[in-house]
Each structure stands twice: as structure tokens, then as C-alpha cells.
Design a protein around this ligand. Structure first.
Ligand SMILES: [Mn+2]
Length: 452
């Protein structure tokens, strides 16, 4: 744990805001613990729960934050015998109190009956919660749900320290994508490119914010295999983001030709996806509804596919019917913060405004967010085009397009398996700022970087 990363002022202000929203009710936030990889002494790297991280500013394994009115107390496990031998000196309670900006007590003193909490994502911490609260955290009480809503209200709008963290993550992510493009050539494997991208994070003391996707099979939306050979003529899709040292996420996708040159068909489809991303970005401003941002991308993509002859017919009708989802089956993006899909552990409570629900329509059902945008929110904008055999070979799914889908025209784009273009975007007072704008994105800029 690096105490230099502490943000005591920001964490204290966030706790005050949470306490005010809770109106004196008590809440416990659990940091969590690293799950074992195989046996208990060989765990995965520890990464604190984002709720804890947000209100404490530091990841402290097994620690618990107790918020009740003006009293905020951090409970931590005292060092165990042998810790100094295996792990070196650990910070004392006074050091932690200064770093967190609140009193720190030994975990054994925590008495927590009646407190609200957020169920942990790991089973060991759920047991810790059950022991502390005297009830299962898995069945949320009304107080738990009120706590979730209070946390969402805080974390949805990023404060200055959060925005600084997102900028740091964007910088690390930018370096990763530049390194990845430069490391690409036919004959190498995807893991060579992944190594180059993640090395830039290691050099910054950062880690990937999520499992890196570096693949010539862009049509497999979350392809975590890295062994594929890069062949001449392939497109490489890299969905890779850095996590800042303080825990803030970057999440960027670029798609580039392994040879350094797009084929004519790849370039044409790349321009369609880029046009869809630009249309969505142009719609990002305070007050805009995120589903409309999604639909702006869907319309631009569909118009592009009509221009290429892949679709026939009226663009608005095709989009209303969901035909675009045959090639763009996912949502245009999601909230971004300490989590790459920010607060997704709270389900659609975070991504969807009260009263809004997921559409049952194929495509729209995968939209992770439908809120009105406000200054200080961060979202991703990431439309794509994919030829997914499981979709295009499904008679029921493709029936929405009927004879408006021209398979002969589509056949000309056989060398395009998947393209996605994703940036991280901060909503500002009068529009938006693309935090990851320094990463090459036009076809020409991408080619120049891969060849350079
Ligand atoms: Mn994303």
C-alpha cells in the first residue's frame, strides 16, 4: 500500500456527502480481500472494492469503513505475527488515520448490528459481512438499497480528484495503445502486442483495468485468448485500458491493420464505424439521454451500411426494427470511474435512471446505461461492426432485416471480422471532453502509427 496515493481531503468530503444523503443512518463499506489463486498463501493481487476505495482513498485489505452522521471510523486488521518478516513494515494506525483523514481502530472492536451495507462480490468478504452484521448481506434490506442509491448519487458525478485519476488512467491507456500499434506486425502473436501494451502500464506503476482484449477475432466481443497469430491482412482489435495507481479506469478500443495498411473494404467499414462514433460523440452533452446517444450511433452505422449496399431501405425503419444490432449487437458504452463499468455491481440501479428499464429488443437489451448526462459524468463511446456467425447464421435474429439485408454485398467485406472504436468521455458544462483523444483514430493516423 502506497500512502502517497492517499487523498484525505477528497475522501473526507465524499464521506460527508454520503453521511448527509443517509440522514444519520449507519453504513459499513468493506474493502474485501484477495481470493486465492490455488492455495491461500498464493492469492490474486488485492484490489479493494471501489465503494471502499472511493470513500477511503486507499485500498486496505479486510478493512471496514463505518459511516454514521459525523462519525467516520476506519477499522483495520492489526498486523499478524510474521507480517513484518514476509511483508515488511506495515503502516501503523496513526499513519492510516492521517492518510484516510479519519480515526482508525482495530477490526476486532467493530460492532455493527443494524448497519446497511453493499454485498461484496467475493464470498470470503460476504462471510465477513455476515459475521459483522449478524445477517446475510445477499438479501438487501431497504436500508441497503438506500445506501446503494446514496453511493450512486456520489460516484455518478466525478469530483476534481476523480477527474485527475481518470486523466491519469487515460494517459496510461494512451501510452499502451501507441505501444501496441508500434509492436504490431504479421508473424507475431496477439500476446506480443498485449505485452507491449501492458508494459507501458507496469512502467507507470499501473495495471490493466480489466482483462485486456487483443485479438484478430474482433467478432468475439470479449475474446480473452491471446495466442492467435497475426496474419497479413488481419485487423487487430485491442480493447485495453490502464487503471491509475489510485484505482481509476481507462477503457479504450482501437482496431488497426496488422500490416499497417487497411484493405479498401476494411477502410470503408472502418470509416462507417468511425462515423458512428463521431455521431455518438456529437450527441454527448448535459441533458442528453444516453439511449439517444446510442441510437445516434445506430443510425449513423445503419446509414453507412446502406451506403455500402449491405442494407436496403429506410434508415430510421431499420434502426426502429433493430436491424443494426445484427452488426452492432451491444450498447454504445457505459459509465466509467473506479470500475471500468462503473458501479455495475449494483446492477441497473447505477446505469439506468429511476423509472427506466432495459428494452427487451435484441441489441438494446445490452445497453448498460440509460441516464440523462450531467457535467462530471464519465462514459465510454464505443460503437462497433462485427460479423458474428452466431448472429448472422441465426434465422430468427436475421428475420428482422428480411430482404433488406444484402448478403452478396456483405460478402465483399469478408476481411472485416470486427471493428470497435472506443474513447473515454467526460461530460462538461457545455458539451464533452474526449479524455483519450491523443490515441490515433482516423484510418490514416492509425496506419501511420502501426507503420511508424
Ligand atoms: Mn468499454
Amino acid at each position: 500500500m502506497d500512502l502517497d496515493l492517499a487523498v484525505p481531503g477528497a475522501a473526507a468530503a465524499r464521506r460527508d456527502k454520503l453521511a448527509a444523503a443517509l440522514g444519520g443512518r449507519r453504513a459499513l463499506l468493506f474493502a474485501g480481500q484477495a481470493p486465492p489463486r490455488n492455495y491461500p498463501d498464493a492469492p490474486y493481487p488485492f484490489r479493494a472494492s471501489s465503494h471502499f476505495l472511493y470513500f477511503v482513498g486507499l485500498g486496505i485489505e479486510r478493512a471496514v469503513l463505518d459511516v454514521q452522521g459525523d462519525e467516520h471510523t476506519l477499522y483495520v486488521e492489526p498486523p499478524a505475527q510474521g507480517d513484518a518478516l514476509w511483508h515488511g513494515p506495515t503502516p501503523g494506525l496513526d499513519d492510516l488515520a492521517r492518510a484516510a483523514g479519519c480515526p482508525v481502530r482495530p477490526l476486532g472492536e467493530l460492532r455493527a448490528e443494524g448497519a446497511a451495507t453493499i454485498p461484496a462480490v467475493d464470498l470470503a468478504t460476504r462471510s465477513q459481512q455476515q459475521a459483522a452484521l449478524g445477517r446475510s448481506p445477499s438479501t438487501p434490506t431497504d436500508a441497503d438499497l438506500a445506501l446503494a442509491d446514496a453511493i450512486i448519487a456520489c460516484r455518478l458525478i466525478h469530483d476534481e480528484a476523480a477527474i485527475a485519476g481518470l486523466r491519469e488512467a487515460a494517459e496510461g491507456t494512451t501510452a499502451a495503445h501507441l505501444a501496441g500499434m508500434r509492436a504490431t506486425r504479421p508473424g507475431r502473436r496477439a500476446f506480443h502486442v498485449r505485452a507491449a501494451m501492458e508494459a507501458t502500464m507496469t512502467e507507470r506503476g499501473m495495471t490493466p483495468a480489466y482483462g485486456s482484449i487483443v485479438t484478430v477475432h474482433g467478432e468475439v466481443l470479449h475474446d480473452h485468448a491471446h495466442h492467435h497469430l497475426l496474419s497479413d491482412g488481419d485487423l487487430l482489435l485491442a480493447d485495453v485500458g490502464a487503471e491509475s495507481r489510485g484505482g481509476w479506469a481507462g477503457d479504450v478500443t482501437r482496431t488497426w491493420p496488422t500490416s499497417g495498411s487497411f484493405s479498401a473494404t476494411q477502410r470503408a467499414m472502418y470509416e462507417v464505424v468511425l462515423g458512428a462514433q463521431r455521431a455518438a460523440l456529437a450527441a454527448v452533452r448535459p441533458g442528453a439521454r444516453y439511449r439517444d446517444v446510442h441510437l445516434a450511433a445506430a443510425r449513423a452505422l445503419t446509414r453507412g451500411l446502406v451506403d455500402l449496399g449491405v442494407f436496403r431501405g429506410d434508415v430510421d425503419e431499420l434502426v426502429a426494427d433493430g436491424a443494426h444490432a445484427l452488426f452492432f449487437p451491444h450498447g454504445v458504452g457505459h459509465l466509467l470511474g473506479l470500475d471500468v463499468h462503473d458501479m455495475e455491481d449494483l446492477g441497473d440501479r447505477a446505469g439506468y435512471a429511476p423509472g427506466r428499464e432495459r428494452s427487451p429488443q435484441f441489441g438494446l437489451c445490452y445497453l448498460r446505461m440509460d441516464r440523462d448526462l450531467a457535467p462530471g459524468m464519465a462514459v465510454t463511446i464505443e460503437p462497433g461492426f462485427y460479423q458474428v456467425p452466431a448472429i448472422l447464421g441465426d434465422a430468427e435474429l436475421t428475420a428482422v432485416a428480411g430482404d433488406r439485408l444484402d448478403r452478396a454485398a456483405l460478402g465483399r467485406f469478408a476481411d472485416v471480422r470486427g471493428i470497435r472504436i472506443e474513447d473515454d468521455v467526460l461530460v462538461t458544462l457545455d458539451g464533452h471532453e474526449v479524455l483519450t483523444a491523443a490515441i490515433p483514430k482516423t484510418a490514416g493516423d492509425v496506419e501511420a502509427c502501426v507503420s511508424g
